[in-house]
Design a binder for this molecule. Structure first.
Ligand code: SF4
Length: 489
């Protein structure tokens, strides 16, 4: 048994992932998406630029022969090599069971150890902007294995992050957390206790086991498929013997609130959500938030539908897509305001402002808060006057907020994709998504092939169209519900 740093990282993301990585047939796992491959490539580039300014020695050993790798690394450490790249640390913790880690860099520093009057400290090189806890734990794992190998706990341990540079990890704080995680992980692996499936979109969307787990969740009608059933609420529902979507749909929200301490608003929404699923039809949740004639939904002569494509890790907004719907002239015109190169972001921003200021009374529909946040960020970055930006932001209407506060839909997540697909909208490219768009943009930059740009623009236009369709659907659905409510009997 090899308990590796990679397994520890998987365990921190999802207990089940570490279990499946150890025991399940890997052929069931999806191939990494283009986006994941891009992230891996970016990490390699980040490491390359870091090591370009360093000198180091790398241990030589036959591929996957970790014993040989650990011996070669120890030989380099004993010789006092100043920096060792990708050294292998291997520590036996039980019969035939080893901890293994491969820190990106081991640096020699003064201070007695079994090696002599020096010892080594670990550094891991990560793309992340923030020193995420999972990476701090990983570096702590390197440190604790190093302690066993060199007979001295390292004085420091570091992360080297893309924007922030060097970050010192607090080993004293993280060591007890690591110890606990290792005990839990060993227990799950030793007892072969397969952790229950639990679909959490943000986490699972990047996991290779998604198709495998999703199939199980669907077969079981697992509650985690319901929006609102979070990992913290799930055991609360279980404590009330609510283990299926159907059971939740039959629950009494006020009784559930009393019994669990969840707020009445939460329990009403959970039960409505389960009912929407079992009936496969939408349920009005709060008609007071919006109705068909409320100002946010009533038709304007000209409406704008807005969607941004961005690379968050670079703080780069590379496309502002705006669909101009002229209801009087019955025309739709799509505008793609594109930064073909990252240094054209300001130019695309100014083109966007020019366009939306041409329609000073048009509401600007978008989906989720990201568009407003990005407009605020770009205005601050490029010194756009508050007199221009503030009135502009007042025209923004977040359809995601309107939908989620007004109706409950039989969808597994309130994303633009799932809602629009549920009302019948189809994207021209069925594989397109935000992560894929980031990949296409990086491919465009690497290859100069304009097909990538055209694909991004088509995808963005479809996102704007999808937003438009959702607005139309919501208005029509609320109008129909109001009429039904007025019917006698
Ligand atoms: S798909 Fe989700 S539940 Fe399944 S292993 Fe991956 S992260 Fe865990």
């Amino acid at each position: 048994m090899l308990l590796t740093a990679q397994l520890l990282l998987s365990y921190q993301r999802c207990h089940r992932q570490a279990f499946l990585d150890t025991y399940e047939d890997k052929s069931q796992k999806n191939a990494p998406s283009d986006f994941l491959n891009k992230l891996r490539q970016d990490r390699i580039e980040h490491q390359r630029s870091f090591f370009a300014h360093q000198t180091w020695v790398e241990p030589e050993y036959p591929k996957y022969d970790w014993q040989a790798g650990a011996q070669a690394t120890l030989a380099l450490m004993a010789a006092g090599v100043p920096q060792i790249r990708r050294g292998v640390l291997l520590v036996k913790y039980r019969n035939e069971a080893y901890f293994q880690s491969i820190p990106d860099l081991l640096t020699k520093v003064p201070g007695d150890s079994e090696l002599g009057d020096w010892h080594y400290v670990p550094t891991d090189i990560r793309l992340s902007k923030r020193p995420k806890l999972e990476y701090q734990i990983l570096v702590t794992f390197h440190a604790s294995l190093l302690a066993r190998v060199q007979g001295r706990y390292p004085e420091n341990a570091f992360l080297y992050l893309r924007e922030r540079g060097t970050y010192e990890v607090n080993l004293t704080v993280n060591q007890p957390k690591l110890d606990l995680l290792l005990v839990e992980l060993q227990e799950i692996l030793d007892k072969r206790q397969e952790p229950e499936v639990f679909i959490v979109n943000n986490r699972c969307n990047l996991c290779g086991w998604l198709s495998y787990c999703y199939e199980i969740a669907q077969q079981d009608q697992h509650l985690s498929l319901l929006p609102g059933v979070t990992p913290s609420r799930y055991p609360i529902l279980q404590s009330q013997n609510i283990a299926s979507v159907e059971a939740l749909s039959l629950a009494d929200p006020s009784h559930l609130a009393q019994a669990t301490g969840l707020s009445a608003e939460v329990t009403i929404k959970l039960v409505c959500q389960a009912q929407a699923f079992t009936q496969q039809s939408p349920v009005i949740f709060a008609p007071t938030v919006a109705n068909a004639t409320s100002p946010q939904l009533s038709p304007a002569p000209i409406e704008l539908y807005f969607d941004i494509e961005a690379e968050p890790s670079l703080n780069l907004a590379y496309l502002h897509g705006v669909l101009v719907v002229d209801r009087e002239a019955q025309t739709q015109t799509f505008h793609a305001l594109l930064a073909e190169q990252p240094d054209q972001e300001e130019q695309a921003w100014l083109q966007f402002l020019n366009l939306v200021l041409r329609y000073p009374h048009a509401p600007i529909y978008h989906f989720c808060a990201y568009e407003v946040q990005t407009v605020e960020r770009l205005a601050a970055l490029y010194g756009t006057s508050a007199d221009v930006v503030q009135p502009l932001i007042k025209r923004f209407i977040d359809l995601h907020a309107l939908v989620t506060r007004t109706v409950v839909l039989p969808v597994e997540s309130y994303t633009l994709k799932l809602i629009a697909r549920w009302i019948g909208f189809q994207w021209r490219n069925s594989e397109a998504n935000g992560a894929q768009s980031i990949y296409w943009y990086s491919e465009w930059q690497a290859t100069g092939n304009r097909e990538f740009i055209e694909t991004i623009v088509d995808y963005n236009e479809d996102d704007c169209q999808a937003t438009y369709q959702i607005k139309n659907w919501l208005t029509a659905f609320l109008a129909e519900s109001e009429q039904t409510a007025l019917l006698p009997g």
